[in-house]
Design a protein around this ligand. Structure first.
Ligand code: UDX
Ligand code: ADP
Length: 458
């Protein structure tokens, strides 16, 4: 069968995999290929056991795979065949040299651009999907200068706004799709080609366009605003704990103001995930680069509140458990950075576990999807910890439970059975405010929510 377009995605991760699966399923007339430098990852995408857990992803991949969706190890052949190349490689925070700990590490993006140049025998549209600092397209464009006169590259920015755990829903019905291009004739032509792909399943008014620098910056700013809301409500939670106000009630009252809105006001242990911290650091670095130091401090404050929230949580545990956790067994409910994903990148749970281990607590960690990643993240951790898939078994014999991930499953456990199996006095620290605090108190737990009055029996 001859396909209308050949689409390639370089990088088969949390963004590339789901996004290409959605394009393939909505556009049977295009052939979509996903490549990665890690061959085992491609084997997993081709197996029954996909490398990432994302509700709804399995079904879509299984329907399209082998028809118009292909996972391949041959990056060169993929590039040669492609009309449009999406770049979805990782852009972690730099860990070395200038900008270490803040700037984005662009080595994978740059390597990808060089690969595209090396293998291309015809003109292509190159689409930045990965989150990158504003003006990266310029760097990519400089690399993609071909000496072959009939090969031309047009670089577009098309940032991904999907959230993990709801990726398929976000891709199928996004608030908006953003496409940035250079405002030249060839830039606008390429932009229209990408608009046409999304127009296969989205109304045109949801597909917005802008200049390429606005598009790159919008992604960083969107994540910074979302993270800022969480830090704002978390900053309110500490004051609530001191004053007997209830952060849930405050969030409701404030969020009903339509100018403010009700989403992303859930007080918590703090935000995690691959984007917020990285993008905020990236933004702060950009401000510093342009000498805008006050503004850099402003955005850095969002990160400081986030770190403080985790610190406060463990200090609260320590203070309320008679100022010592040494030798006490603490059960951690959830290791994923949020519910409905096995992803543990920047998970608050890891920070809390490390702090508990530093206090010489024995830690039993449970999670329905993230224990493999937990084993990897904790391989160098010093101290006494166990990974146990059954939450009842994990909680047995513990002095305290710390809820770290808002998995639905933790709402409906048999807490009487858990209480009976624990050391007394039994404590529960709810880092997500998901359980019924009154009911748990009645059972006999000492209950410590985030931003709400504690309920204690002594
Ligand atoms: C985020 C953005 O939402 C998405 O648009 C972007 O493309 C990538 O980054 P993601 O990291 O997958 O997505 O998860 P998100 O749902 O934003 O949650 C991030 C963190 O904030 C999680 O740890 C979550 O538990 C926490 N959170 C979220 C809160 O603590 N409170 C809230 O009210 C919302
Ligand atoms: P994201 O959350 O942005 O999707 P991931 O780390 O999940 O990030 O995915 C990025 C993927 O890109 C990884 O699987 C990584 O192996 C792949 N990758 C990085 N550099 C290259 C490259 N030069 N060629 C192909 N794949 C690459």
């Amino acid at each position: 069968m001859k396909f209308e377009k050949e689409i390639l995605c370089i990088g088969a991760g949390y963004v590339g995999g789901p996004t290409m699966a959605m394009i393939a399923s909505k556009c049977p007339q295009y052939r979509v290929t996903v490549v990665d430098i890690i061959p085992e990852k491609i084997d997993q995408w081709n197996s029954a056991d996909l490398p990432i857990y994302e509700p709804g992803l399995d079904k879509i991949v299984k329907q399209a795979r082998g028809k118009n969706l292909f996972f391949s190890k041959d990056i060169g052949a993929g590039i040669k065949a492609a009309d449009i190349v999406f770049v979805s490689v990782n852009t972690p925070t730099k860990t070395f040299g200038a900008g270490a700990g803040m700037a984005a590490d662009l080595q994978y993006v740059e390597k990808t651009a060089r690969q595209i140049l090396e293998y291309s025998e015809s003109s292509k549209i190159v689409v930045e999907k990965s989150t990158i600092p504003v003006r990266t397209a310029q760097a990519i464009k400089r690399i993609l200068v071909s000496d072959k006169s009939d090969v031309h590259f047009e670089v577009l920015s098309n940032p991904e706004f999907l959230a993990e755990g709801t990726a398929m829903r976000d891709l199928e019905n996004p608030d908006r799709v953003l496409i940035g291009s250079q405002e030249t004739d060839s830039g606008l032509k390429a932009r229209n080609e990408l608009v046409e792909i999304y127009a296969n399943w989205l109304p045109k008014d949801k597909i917005i366009t802008s200049n390429i620098w606005s598009s790159e910056l919008s992604k960083l700013v969107a994540n910074a605003f979302l993270a800022q809301r969480i830090s704002s409500i978390n900053a309110v939670s500490s004051l609530c704990e001191e004053t007997d106000a209830d952060v849930g009630e405050v969030a409701r009252a404030v969020g009903l103001d339509s100018r403010i809105g009700s989403k992303f006001l859930q007080a918590s242990i703090g935000f995690g995930g691959s984007c917020f911290q990285k993008d905020l650091l990236n933004l702060v670095y950009l401000y510093c680069h342009y000498g805008l130091n006050e503004e850099a401090d402003y955005w850095e404050g969002v990160l400081k509140i986030n770190e403080n929230q985790m610190d406060r949580f463990v200090k609260n545990m320590l203070r309320n458990m008679f100022n010592t956790l040494a030798g006490k067994r603490v059960c951690v409910f959830g290791f994923a950075f949020k519910a409905n994903t096995g992803d543990t990148r920047n998970t608050p749970s890891l920070t809390v576990v490390e702090k508990l281990l530093a206090e010489q607590a024995e830690v039993a960690i449970t999670d329905p999807k993230a224990l493999d990643n937990a084993a990897r993240d904790l391989k160098d951790a010093k101290g006494n910890y166990e990974l146990i898939s059954d939450p009842y078994e994990a909680a047995g014999g513990c002095h305290a439970i710390a809820i770290m991930t808002e998995w639905e499953l933790y709402r409906d456990l048999d807490y009487q059975k858990i209480f009976d199996s624990m050391q007394k006095p039994a404590f529960i620290f709810d880092g997500r405010n998901i359980v019924d605090h009154d009911k748990l108190f009645e059972i006999g737990f000492n209950v410590f929510p985030i931003g709400k009055p504690k309920k204690v029996h002594f």
